[in-house]
Design a binder for this molecule. Structure first.
Ligand code: FAD
Ligand code: FES
Ligand code: MG
Length: 276
């Protein structure tokens, strides 16, 4: 059993939780994730390790379905049943030069440890974060403190610039001809956002790493649930990823596979009497 040592609501339906799990906290690197089970009736869900401090890891999650809603109902001082990790390959962090770190929605929290790592290694970090509305922008101060430049977008213009993270990226890419371009792009967020980022960077041949969120079950490369096509080959997000070269990812297949259990997920919500 693992103790919840802190819990905070960051935005509507988005929660930050610290959990005491010292072995994972000691080993975790940016880009890695855990699989947790809330209690004996729970399913296994993957969540990125958004940070570590002493014996604690931080997770940030959006309550979107039965498991994340049940997790959000847990309070500080309560316990979670199982946590496995750190899982997945860590982010490749080197001195690349100028890196755009792009996060959408709850992906902003997943971006933070990567952006921190890139800054610490001597990169110029341009963070571009976006959400639907102002209330859903998280970790603004944290990212500002480690970014050379921070740009914020909201779909409805309620904060920052009206539009999408890709609008800001497009402007940066237009500077490439002046030799002020980007050396690498890192993107994490909704599949459509990552796909659009890659469409912009591919013609400029800027290496773009995306963190994929396919449906994970065992997390050990055995069940095949998380498979994605990357460069014409089958890869498993849990053990080969979660990060891949975005120019090679079959986003259409990924998007379709994310919806595989939609009916069952809605049925589970109805059974619990939950409306989202
Ligand atoms: P459900 O109603 O069961 O599902 C809602 C949607 O979530 C589904 O349609 C599907 O697209 C997705 N989903 C459902 N089950 C899974 C599963 N077992 N694995 C992956 N996706 C699933 N979310 C966060 O809020 N914060 C994070 O830091 C985060 N990190 C992730 C890291 C990785 C490597 C992956 C693969 C996913 C991550 N996710 C993260 C997504 C998170 O796992 C899902 O939102 C969660 O499992 C939904 O469970 P649910 O029962 O609440 O919702
Ligand atoms: Fe089963 Fe990746 S979750 S193979
Ligand atoms: Mg579920």
């Amino acid at each position: 059993m693992f103790k919840i040592t802190n819990k905070k609501k960051l935005a509507p339906n988005i929660f930050e939780m610290q959990i005491e799990v010292s072995l994972i906290a000691k080993k975790a690197q940016p880009g890695q994730f855990i699989i947790l089970k809330v209690d004996e009736f729970g399913e296994r869900i993957p969540l990125t390790i958004a940070g570590t401090e002493k014996d604690n890891i931080t997770i940030v999650f959006q309550a979107v379905g039965v498991s994340t809603i049940r997790l959000s109902q847990k309070a500080k001082g309560e316990f979670l049943m199982d946590i496995a990790g750190p899982l997945g390959r860590p982010t490749e962090i080197e001195r690349f030069g100028k890196v755009a770190c792009i996060g959408g929605g709850v992906g902003i929290a997943e971006l933070l440890p990567v952006a921190k790592g890139l800054k610490k290694t001597g990169n110029i970090v341009i963070s571009i974060i976006g959400s639907r509305t102002k209330e859903l922008i998280i970790y603004e101060e944290e990212l500002k403190s480690i970014s050379d430049e921070l740009y914020i977008t909201t779909d409805n213009g309620s904060y920052g610039r009206k539009g999408f993270v890709t609008d800001v990226l497009k402007e940066f890419l237009e500077l490439v001809k002046d030799n002020k371009g980007l050396d690498r792009v890192y993107a994490v967020g909704p599949v459509k956002m990552m796909e659009r980022v890659c469409k912009l960077t591919a013609p400029k041949k800027i290496k773009t790493i995306v963190s994929l969120n396919s449906i994970l079950v065992d997390g050990t490369g055995m069940c095949g649930s998380c498979r994605v096509e990357v460069g014409g080959q089958t890869k498993f997000v849990c053990v080969d990823g979660p990060e891949f070269d975005g120019s090679l990812v079959n986003f259409k297949e990924l998007e379709a596979r994310q919806l595989l259990f939609k009916e069952q997920e809605e049925c589970a919500l109805r059974a619990k009497g939950i409306k989202i």
